[in-house]
Design a protein around this ligand. Structure first.
Ligand code: NAG
Length: 337
């Protein structure tokens, strides 16, 4: 009995060892393949004379997008929460590209007061806006946090702030046609139709968890893109959204939770793309002639891709838009669609 038990245990341990080793090797091989087939933006388009605004441009994908557009001759405005960090990055990008046209302005997308102040100053000072890139984002904190304005912080940072900012800048974008809006979403936008509820965007009626909050904010970014594209049809302003792919950035290093903080970071070490590679689709959507007329679409690896069924539900998009207007308290004079 005892011997048989030991034999079983040994066999099980051996099998477990082989399985873990095999999964580890497969993960590494998958990582090579994933990085190898990642899409590249091959456009040589110049961005001379164009004004580009990027939220969250001081690290990760935002920073690499800023670097590329600066190199192409655009005037790049980084909208960032931490100006001293942004100043350092701007200096690095100036040295690296040999181009001087990069500036930074303070913006905290989690605060609607900050978004309104930012937009007011921007519209007063700037004569045009050719590309608006909505990139700022957080992974979602471990425990639910409401901002002073009573908005859940992940939704506020990743989505509500961008929803409001876009509405406030639409006038300027329409005066600068052809102009583009690029919304950074994620493949993590998949949500269960049973739990996603446009009347519960702010977690009024259900329990919070960081993965759910992050995914929901990214689904809202996609639905916002679909609805805005309908509103903007024929205006010369396009709006598209994207998943940058599995990219290692600081986004998740500051996030809590078992999935966001732990598993994601561990996997990222082996298979994630670099930030430069992750920036290829936002760059493509900002510059390429091939997407000049495309609007309301979702892209991955510089190609049109499919979202979850919820992400393509136009009825839902309308409901989310209306709920968002109410949550950010959009005033009639702030509406430009
Ligand atoms: C802003 O960035 C600087 C430089 O990276 C850092 O030392 C500082 O702690 C940051 N401030 C805040 C409030 O995060």
């Amino acid at each position: 009995m005892d011997r048989r038990f030991t034999m079983y245990t040994e066999t099980i341990l051996k099998a477990a060892g082989i399985v873990s080793l095999a999964s580890f090797v497969l993960t590494i091989l998958y990582g090579f393949w994933y990085r190898f087939r990642a899409g590249r933006c091959n456009s040589e388009a110049s961005m001379k004379g164009k004004v580009v605004l990027i939220t969250g441009a001081s690290s990760g994908i935002g920073k690499e997008t800023a670097r590329d557009l600066l190199r192409r001759g655009a005037r790049v405005i980084m909208a960032c929460r931490n100006l001293s960090k942004a100043a350092r990055v701007a200096e690095e990008l100036r040295k690296n590209t040999g181009r001087q046209l990069i500036e930074m302005l303070h913006l905290d997308t989690s605060s609607m007061v900050s978004v309104r102040n930012f937009a007011k100053n921007f519209v007063e000072k700037e004569k045009r806006l050719d590309v608006l890139i909505l990139n700022a984002g957080i992974g979602g904190p471990d425990d639910m946090i409401y901002t002073d304005e009573n908005l859940e912080i992940t939704m506020a940072t990743n989505y509500f702030g961008h929803f409001l900012l876009t509405n406030l800048l639409l006038g300027l974008l329409k005066e600068s046609t052809p102009s583009r809006i690029v919304v950074v979403s994620s493949v993590l936008h998949h949500q269960s139709p049973q739990t996603f509820n446009p009347l519960n965007l702010n977690f009024q009626w259900s329990k919070y968890n960081s993965l759910h909050a992050h995914g929901q904010s990214k689904l809202c970014c996609i639905l916002f893109t679909r609805q805005l594209a309908e509103y903007l049809e024929g205006t010369g302003v396009t709006v598209n959204t994207l998943c940058p792919g599995f990219t290692y950035t600081h986004l998740f290093s500051r996030s809590g939770g078992f999935f966001m903080g732990g598993v994601y970071r561990f996997l990222a070490t082996f298979i994630a793309k670099s930030a430069t590679s992750g920036a290829q689709t936002p760059i493509y959507l900002s510059v390429s002639e091939r997407v000049a007329k495309k609007s309301g679409r979702y892209f991955e690896d510089c190609a049109v891709s499919k979202t979850s069924p919820l992400g393509a539900d136009y009825g839902l998009a309308k409901k989310v838009w209306e709920a968002s207007e109410a949550l950010v308290k959009l005033m009639p004079e702030e509406r430009h669609v």
